[in-house]
Design a protein around this ligand. Structure first.
Ligand code: ADP
Ligand code: MG
Ligand code: MG
Length: 247
C-alpha cells in the first residue's frame, strides 16, 4: 500500500533550481535510502517533503496516503504522520528534551498526554538507546555532542511514531557503537504501518535493516535506483561511475 508519492517535483531556493523532476514512491513497510554527493539536493528533498518554507516548489505534487499535501504547512504535515530528523539539529534553550517531545506528541495526536506515563515510556526508550536519563531534563541539543544530538533525533522519532520518518544523515559524527544503536533504533521503529527514507553516505546505518530501494541523486535529479548492493558499490567506488553512466 502506497504511503508517499512524489510526482515530477521541482523545487529551489531564491529562484535557483535545486531539485529537478523528482519521482519517488514509498510503500508502507519499505526502507528507502537516498545517496548522492555533497550538495546534490538530498537535504532539500527532505525539506521540501516537510514543506520547509525556505524552499519553493516550482512544479509537481506530493501525495500522502493518496491525498495531495501540497497545501499543508509543516505542522499539518507532521500531524499527518511525517517526521524529519535534521542533519544539523537546532539548539533550543529553555525547553527540555522531555518537554519538547511531549509537546510535539500532544500537538500531533491532538490530546493531552499523561506526564508520568510519558516519562516512563521516554526513559524506556532512552535505555534502549543507551542514553542517560538526565538528558530528558537538559535543554534541547544545548551542549549535546554530535552523537547525542543524533540519538536524540531517533528518540524523537520513536516517541512520535510517525508514518514516514525521513532521516537526514543521522549517522554523521557517530562512532561505531552509536551508529549501531541508531541503526537498531530504526529497526525497532519499522513496521508494516510505517516507512523510512534514510539519507546517508554509509552502509553502517542500515546494517540492521535491509533497504528495499536505493536512490542516487546527482545535481538534483534521481539518476539511478537500485537495491541495497548499490550502497556497498558507492562506498567502495564513489559516484563517478554513475556520473559516467548518466552522461
Ligand atoms: P545535500 O544535502 O545533498 O548535501 P543540499 O540539499 O543541502 O545538498 O543542497 C543542494 C544545493 O542547494 C547546494 O548547492 C546548496 O548550497 C543549495 N541550497 C540548499 N539549501 C539552500 C538555502 N537555504 N539557500 C541557498 N542555497 C541552498
Ligand atoms: Mg544534506
Ligand atoms: Mg545531506
Amino acid at each position: 500500500k502506497e504511503l508517499l508519492k512524489i510526482e515530477n517535483l521541482s523545487a529551489g531556493v531564491e529562484g535557483k533550481e535545486i531539485l529537478k523532476n523528482i519521482n519517488l514512491k514509498v510503500n508502507y513497510g519499505e526502507v528507502h535510502v537516498v545517496m548522492g554527493p555533497n550538495g546534490s539536493g538530498k537535504s532539500t528533498l527532505a525539506n521540501v517533503i516537510m514543506n520547509n518554507p525556505e524552499y519553493e516548489v516550482t512544479s509537481g505534487e506530493i501525495y500522502l496516503d493518496g491525498e495531495s499535501i501540497m497545501d499543508l504547512s509543516t505542522d499539518k504535515r507532521a500531524k499527518k504522520g511525517l517526521f524529519m530528523s535534521f542533519q544539523n539539529p537546532m539548539e533550543v534553550s529553555g525547553i527540555s528534551v522531555e518537554n519538547f517531545i511531549r509537546t510535539a506528541k500532544s500537538s500531533i495526536e491532538d490530546k493531552n498526554i499523561s506526564i508520568l506515563k510519558f516519562k516512563k515510556d521516554l526513559e524506556k526508550e532512552m535505555d534502549k538507546l543507551s542514553m542517560d536519563h538526565s538528558y530528558a531534563s537538559r535543554y534541547l541539543n544545548e551542549g549535546f555532542s554530535g552523537g547525542e544530538m543524533k540519538k536524540n533525533e531517533i528518540l524523537q522519532m520513536l516517541m512520535l511514531n510517525p508514518k514516514l520518518a525521513i532521516l537526514d544523515e543521522t549517522d554523521s559524527g557517530l562512532d561505531v557503537d552509536a551508529t549501531k544503536i541508531v541503526s537498531q533504533g530504526i529497526e525497532r521503529f519499522l513496521s508494516k504501518d510505517n516507512a523510512v527514507i534514510i539519507i546517508t553516505h554509509h552502509r553502517e546505518l542500515v546494517r540492521e535493516v535491509v533497504p528495499d530501494f536505493v536512490h542516487i541523486i546527482l545535481n538534483g535529479e534521481i539518476v539511478k535506483v537500485g537495491d541495497h548492493t548499490l550502497i556497498d558499490k558507492i562506498e567502495n567506488e564513489g559516484f563517478n561511475w554513475i556520473r559516467e553512466e548518466v552522461n
